[in-house]
Design a protein around this ligand. Structure first.
Ligand code: BGC
Length: 387
């Protein structure tokens, strides 16, 4: 290297160093825009459990327990001065340890159904736990919603409060091949979005399809009225099912069916229609094929004129299970002693399509060693402008 090149090289190194130092200083300047408060949430059979209450500077709070990564409450701004809890759940851990339909939990290894609890990879057939008649549902008998996750309070690069959860699912757990290491990060943004980022790695080829099973009622978790909520869903196709809610493999048009939510429409409008698919689900319990999965433009907007709450949902996933709480039957007594009756809440479970391991035409849910599973979903809350 001649002398002038040496000086140039030295200068470049110094400038790069200064840039890095400035970046570090900028990072240090980022302040936490909210709080994460940890409190005791009791003991599960597998160990002690905590509740993490995450708040932002707008007064929105989300409580999450490391038992099942369950979102226990989501308190959002609305027409009134007091934040409104829009997520169904229980006041204490004992409710979550009992029988309930996955309120708020992280669902895995596979969200929704796998026909007959079987799939074949490279000529080997794997038998999964069958916990929904002959089929496998939401990860089996003890899915990710019933295990204790390692929890860590954290902060995003923008300063948003976070809860990081980690869990290692053993090779063979619930019948699945491969040891799967999963991280789920809940972030509460200053725009009132609860963002969920999922990552996973495996040491053997396996199937993965993670989601969150929060039940929403935008009039408050103590309200039974969800059928008057209006929803707009950017999905022109859905995956019809058989009577056991296994996809037939067809992608059907929603146009001219009760499944069409391309314009704002009441959830209750088509729910009693004389339609075979509605009968199979007892209402809506179907996977929609999203027109344009995106983290910057919502695939769904749900709103209630009663509370003034608007929920916008974003995802990187190709599908969403729209479930209108048809199997809620009053047997769960939730927060504040409220009886959760039929269709008192709705779920928008972002996901790959049900039974993908057995449906070649559906986007694949296979994860191989060396690859990283990575998906994101956000539920963002706004208040309707008052006229
Ligand atoms: C399923 C429903 C099920 C509910 C609660 C939904 O994702 O599609 O059929 O009843 O979860 O388990």
């Amino acid at each position: 290297m001649n002398t002038s090149y040496k000086y140039f090289f030295l200068l470049a190194v110094i400038m790069f160093g200064c840039g890095e130092k400035k970046k570090n200083m900028d990072e240090q300047k980022v302040k936490l825009k909210g709080t994460v408060v940890k409190s005791d949430f009791g003991s599960a059979p597998d160990g002690k459990v905590d509740l993490y209450t995450i708040s932002n500077e707008n007064g929105m709070t989300v409580a999450i327990t490391n038992y099942g990564g369950i979102v226990q409450s989501i308190k959002v701004p609305n027409k009134t001065e007091t934040p409104l809890d829009v997520a169904l759940g229980f006041d204490d851990l004992s409710g979550y340890l009992g029988e309930h339909p996955y309120f708020g939990g992280i669902i895995g290894r596979y969200g929704n159904r796998i026909a007959k609890g079987k799939f074949t990879i490279d000529g080997t057939t794997y038998d999964l736990a069958t916990n929904n008649g002959p089929n496998h549902l939401h990860g089996g008998t003890k899915g990710f919603d019933k295990v204790i996750w390692a929890a860590e309070e954290a902060m995003s690069s923008e300063g948003f409060p976070q809860l990081k959860l980690a869990y290692v699912s053993k090779d063979g757990e619930e019948g699945y091949p491969g040891e799967l290491s999963i991280e789920v990060v809940y972030t509460l943004t200053e725009e009132n979005a609860l963002q969920i980022d999922y990552t996973a790695n495996t040491d053997k080829v396996t199937h993965v399809n993670l989601t969150n099973h929060s039940y929403f009622n935008l009039n408050g978790a103590d309200s039974s009225d969800v059928l008057n909520h209006e929803m707009k869903l950017r999905a022109s196709k859905y995956t019809p099912v058989n009577e056991l809610l296994i996809p037939t493999g067809e992608l059907a048009d929603v146009a001219n069916t009760p499944f069409d939510f391309s314009n704002f429409s009441k959830i209750g409008r088509g729910i009693e229609r004389d339609d075979e698919q509605i009968k199979f689900g007892g209402g809506y319990d179907h996977n929609y094929v999203l027109d344009e999965p995106s983290m910057s433009s919502p695939f769904a907007t749900v709103r209630s004129h009663v509370s003034g709450v608007i929920m916008k949902v974003y995802t990187s996933e190709p599908g969403v299970q729209f479930y209108s709480g048809n199997f809620l039957d009053g047997s769960n007594i939730g927060k504040g002693g409220v009886v959760y009756g039929k269709r008192s809440a709705l779920c928008l479970e972002t996901q790959h399509f049900p039974d993908s391991p057995n449906q070649e035409a559906f986007p694949s849910t296979l994860l191989k060693p060396g690859e990283t599973y990575k998906t994101s979903t956000a539920y963002k809350f706004e208040v309707m402008p008052t006229l």
